[in-house]
Write a protein that binds this ligand. Sequence first.
Ligand code: SF4
Length: 440
Amino acid sequence: MKQKKVHIMTFGCQMNVSDSEKILLMLHTVGYESVSTVADADMVIVNTCSVRAKAEDRVYGILLTMKGELKKNPDLLIGVGGCVAQQEGEKLLKKIPHLSFVFGTHNLHLLPQIVTQAESGKRLSETAFIDDSSRFDLFPDHGGISGITRTVTIMQGCDNYCSYCIVPYVRGREVSRKRSDILNEVAKAADAGVREVTLLGQNVNSYGRKGGYGTDFSRLIRDVAKVSGIKRIRFMTSHPKDMSDPLLDCFADVEKLCSHIHLPVQSGSDRILALMNRGYTRSEYMNRIERLKLIRPDILVTSDIIVGFPGETEDDFSQSLSLMKEVGYSDTYSFVYSPRPETKAASLPDETSKSEKSERLKRLMALQSSLTKGVQSRFVGSGVEVLVEGISKKEGQVFGRSSGNRTVNFAGSIDMIGSMQLPEIIKNLQNSLLGELKVK
Ligand code: SF4
């Protein structure tokens, strides 16, 4: 089979990164290998995100620039997958005449057939949902893809219908994957040299709620911890309302579970949380955080916060700021609200100006920057255990992450990759830490 080349562009969340790995596995079966530039490619796949309007606009911008690439290579195939593809389907083919094919979030396994038809000149769109766990059985395993860390999908979709969120419409309803399949994948990954797994899903801590498989998320974590060779376990993204006591207990006695949790709060105001349909109050959220900190005093917490949700007043916003300080987040991922099609919040009255929202975002980011600085400074002068993941950009250094998910660089060599090291932190570089291995 002639070796053909594909360039995959990935936007959005970790789930899309994981999907791009699956896309590449599927394309291997029809003779494609990955290249890092469009100029070298026979086909470009744009794996899209539609969680925010800005991300969606960017995708359209990129697809338009592909016109220029087609002038250089008229045989170039252009495919679009991910959430924008799911949302728009056939309409994308009409809007972008130079597009070859569209595939939805549940149709990655069809890529070999889709691409074969596109190669013979057919333009097509496949966006049907698969609403049961059979959607997890459609991919070859990770085979040759190696590394020290890996994400393992344990569930997909979401039933929560937060009023601002497009995910239930573009990723479908919540479905959990079979426990035995997850454990097999983790064991194979460990055999291939993976030392850290991140259990992945839109709402990981509701794992097992639908489909059952006689387990829940806390028991799954305990099972994964028994896989030999795995040194660390992380998970994302979790929902505050599903932070059960058994899950909190895992932080007490599962040593492999890292001291970090990404627990999106979205707002510090009860009024806005209710409008968002988040299913918890500020005090319920803080109760979970306080318990986590009691159980794991060194835990670092990160979050997502939406700024300028429809109807958010200055008082509501100041409650988000005060909550950030109360938790002491190590990082937050914040954006100005943008209405998404089909969602409830898109029809809510919104009187706050764009400039006011941008100004709030700036204030929030300034606060986070000082919180991050404070969190990172705590480590200076002490030893931090790091799983070494690779060679740093800076010559002579390696990088890895602490249990709390802070990036650490320090002088080291390639043979350290995959090992645990204990550098002393000598400098806080704001987005990372600089360490030094002390000579024994
Ligand atoms: S929990 Fe809410 S924000 Fe998260 S994916 Fe589901 S609907 Fe979207």
